[in-house]
Each structure stands twice: as structure tokens, then as C-alpha cells.
Design a protein. Structure first.
Length: 277
């Protein structure tokens, strides 16, 4: 069912140790290319079979969720693979049923929705930072499995990833954002609080897993200290979660260009941008 280039994931009880040797950029790019070809095959199958796929990306701040989402989407159609990254709720949204603003983004047939953060904000940042009450947090943990069962029973494939990063690696990445003018925008006040309140977030994560890591809707943990391996492992796992087939297609040949039939380019004074490079 799955593409031949997709490697088998370790099963529980198998060795999960990783080589100490870092992947070179070329090794990473070579493996990523194979996986992105499989994602294109998956894309065609999702459309033909009318699959509905929702993928939740959660985890520690700075763990690399955005990086893997970028690698998943950079070679597929944005009309099929949609990224949902909702801002803070408006006053109107705050008055709605909590799950309401997320449910409208669930996939229709032939779509893959990637949630860059999700309804699990209530189990993490909202709870830790005091943006919701204790009772609202308890209600969320109690109701969340019910809502997810409803989603799954509506023929939506729901896949949940938690990206885990160590304290030293998170600190290194945050410091890199501070030192690099290209990355400083990625360091928000919430990130600084996440760094300071590591153990508050740890306790919140533990409660979340205890309530929502169910047999029907499990969490898959992505060790993310090594970014390159995390990206490759996560994409491989995602491909292995969705049964798909390669759809045969006719070879593509470029057609012969038409005759100019006397066409001549006008002597127009185009405003060409400066050729600095």
C-alpha cells in the first residue's frame, strides 16, 4: 500500500537508539527528497480516494514543529495540504464553545490539514499562563477525547505529534534566535516564559497525556534535539500512518512550441530591476 521508499518505523520494544554521527546536509537532503516524492504520491491518493486527514503538531517551544511542517508542505499543493495556525482568539471567539473555531478548519474530502498548534492550547499555554480557569482546563481534558472520537468517527484520520526537546537544546535554540537578526522575530514573550516555566509546562504536558493519549487517538512523540533526524523521522512516520497507493500516470512530454508566425518583440523600454547579483 505504501511507497517503496518509506522506511519502516521502530516498533515498541525495538531499539530506538540513534547513531551519534550527525547527518550531513547532503545526506539529509537526499533522504528528504525521497520522502517528498512519497508525499506527492500521497497527495494524489488523498484526492482520488477522498481521504480526510488532520495532523496536529504540538510540543515544546523551539522544538522544531514549524521546520517539519515546512518540509512537508514545500513540494506539495497548498490547495490540498493546508496549514492552520490560528492567532489568539477574538472576543467573539472567546464566547464560543471552545472547540468551535478549530472544528471549522477540519478537512473535507481530498484535504490534509496540518494544525500548527491546535485545540491543545488549552492544555498548554492557556493553562500554564492563566488564560483559562482551572475548571475550563479540567473540562477540556474530560471532553477532548469525546470530541476527537467524534472527529475520527466522521471518517477523518486524526494524527497527533508531540515534539520533545531537552532543556539544553531548547536554551541553545532560544539563544540562537536572540543572536541572529533573521530569527529574533521567532522569539516571543511567551517563548521566554516557556523557558522560565519549564516544569510548569512539564506538569501540564503530563496531565494532557494522561487524559488524551488514548488507544483511538494516541500521541506520537518526536525526539527533536536533532532537527534533521526529527524531520525525516516524523515525515516517515506520517507516511506510514496513511495507507496509500501510487496512482499510475502517463509519461509527460513537453509539446512542441508553436511557430512565431511573424511575431517580433516590440522595442519597449522595460523597467528592469538593478542586476546587483
Amino acid at each position: 500500500m505504501m511507497g517503496a521508499n518509506v522506511k519502516k518505523q521502530n516498533q515498541p520494544g525495538e531499539s530506538e537508539s540513534q547513531p551519534a554521527k550527525k547527518l550531513t546536509r547532503k545526506e539529509f537532503e537526499d533522504e528528504l527528497k525521497k520522502l517528498q516524492i512519497e508525499l506527492v504520491k500521497l497527495q494524489s491518493w488523498v484526492v482520488q480516494a477522498g481521504l480526510k486527514v488532520a495532523v496536529v503538531f504540538e510540543g515544546r517551544d523551539g522544538a522544531g514543529k514549524g521546520g517539519v511542517i515546512k518540509r512537508i508542505t514545500e513540494r506539495v499543493s497548498p490547495r490540498i495540504f493546508h496549514v492552520v495556525a490560528l492567532p489568539a482568539p477574538t472576543e467573539r471567539e472567546k464566547s464560543q464553545m471552545y472547540f468551535q473555531r478549530y472544528l471549522v478548519h477540519l478537512p473535507a474530502a481530498g484535504e490534509v490539514i496540518l494544525f500548527d498548534r491546535s485545540w491543545y492550547n488549552r492544555a498548554g499555554v492557556e493553562y500554564v499562563m492563566g488564560f483559562c480557569t482551572e475548571q475550563e482546563h479540567k473540562d477540556f481534558l474530560r471532553r477532548c477525547p469525546e470530541v476527537e472520537n467524534m472527529i475520527i468517527h466522521s471518517d477523518i484520520m486524526l494524527i497527533k505529534y508531540w515534539f520533545e526537546v531537552s532543556q539544553p537544546e531548547q536554551e541553545r535554540r532560544f539563544q540562537a534566535r536572540i543572536d541572529d537578526g533573521r530569527k529574533v522575530w521567532k522569539l516571543s514573550p511567551m517563548d521566554l516564559e516557556a523557558h522560565r516555566r519549564w516544569y510548569d509546562y512539564s506538569r501540564a504536558k503530563d496531565e494532557m497525556f494522561a487524559a488524551t493519549d488514548t488507544s483511538e487517538s494516541p500521541w506520537y512523540v518526536v525526539p527533536a534535539d536533532d532537527k534533521r533526524r526529527a524531520r525525516l523521522n516524523c515525515i516517515t512516520h506520517l507516511l506510514n500512518q496513511i495507507p496509500y497507493q501510487e496512482i499510475p500516470s502517463e509519461p509527460i512530454t513537453l509539446p512542441k512550441r508553436q511557430s512565431p508566425k511573424g511575431y517580433q518583440e516590440p522595442a519597449w523600454s522595460y523597467r528592469v530591476i538593478p542586476q546587483i547579483y
